[in-house]
Design a protein around this ligand. Sequence first.
Ligand SMILES: Cc1ncc(COP(=O)(O)O)c(C=O)c1O
Length: 377
Amino acid sequence: MKNKIYSADFHPVEGIYLLSHAVGRPLISAEQWLSNTFFTAWKKAQPWSEWLATIDAFRTSLGHLFNAPMTEFCPQTNLSSAVVKVVMSIEALQKPSAVVLLSEVDFPSMGFALQHALPSHCELRFIPADQDLTDANVWDQYLTKDVTLTLISHAYSNTGQLAPLSEIIRLANQRHILSLVDNVQSAGIIPLDLSHTKPAFVIGSCVKWLCGGPGAGYLWVNPDYLDSCEPKDVGWFSHQDPFEFDIHNFKFANSSLKFWGGTPSVVPFAIATQSINYLHDIGIAKLHQHNQKLLDMLTQAFGDECRSPANTLSRSGTLILNFGRQHQQISRSLRAQHITVDNRTMGMRISPHIYNQPADITDFIDAVHRATQQKFT
Ligand SMILES: Cc1ncc(COP(=O)(O)O)c(C=O)c1O
């Protein structure tokens, strides 16, 4: 019954929405919130102090969400641009011996950005797609001492896997390997406590499970690494005192804001602050539990068709189902009934959030069973 109340807070769509790995649903109150924060300030003669306070509120919300001081978060536009800023700021990655470890199942944009941001002599080394990224032993094997930095996706939406983050970071730290976590597919659905799990950097954004729309990206910088970073893509908001206005005197901000850049946008951060606070108030552990309960209903119904891990400790918020030769027929049938899922190489991605009810999953299961009984077209 409680979850019913939560679903009433989000804009409904026709049918059943199971695409939270792509775009989280907006809160119904988001438009009013945006009007109160962004437009109310803009109507005044000097909106910037309120707009900057809005961005600080975003950083504070992230601090609550991930249990770290707000000063350690820097707003970003998206992950691709954040990853470029990070790797260009690290001197060790400019050396001929530099090696960056990532996986073939990381989001392709991360690979594209790394290829172009790093010097051509830097080796991009891929963990092959057939390796089990939920297994710390696999990471142990690939985190060799010649690796300079490793990219770790906390959650993989195409395989439904969850990386053993704490263990990987422990191994990386032991071997003096920098760790850069992409947590866009876990933020808002899988708890992450940065006071315990301490990579060198985290990048993410709020468009998916955090229900905050596109454009509200973030970078968390571990204070132990801050001083050694020299971002190249800077602007006046990366300055210790943006209002000093001396073109001959640039001094890095002495917080993560050294990674900021030029005039920031405000609207995405205003919208995302509200949804982060909303979800944090419910509690990420509770959201995770709800999500996993709904995924369990699916694994019970479709054990043979499930292509993602069955164990909660190894799976993300997304479940992958593959119906073999009936797959296309089922996908078409679900689409016709406005049951929104999508497909990648391994199969159908299904991502239930707090606005989904057990009844949504029962309806999904029934719809699949009906579709399998239909004649092939
Ligand atoms: C794991 C992962 N990383 C990154 C991104 C997106 O990166 P960007 O914010 O640069 O578009 C996605 C988008 O789906 C993703 O799933």
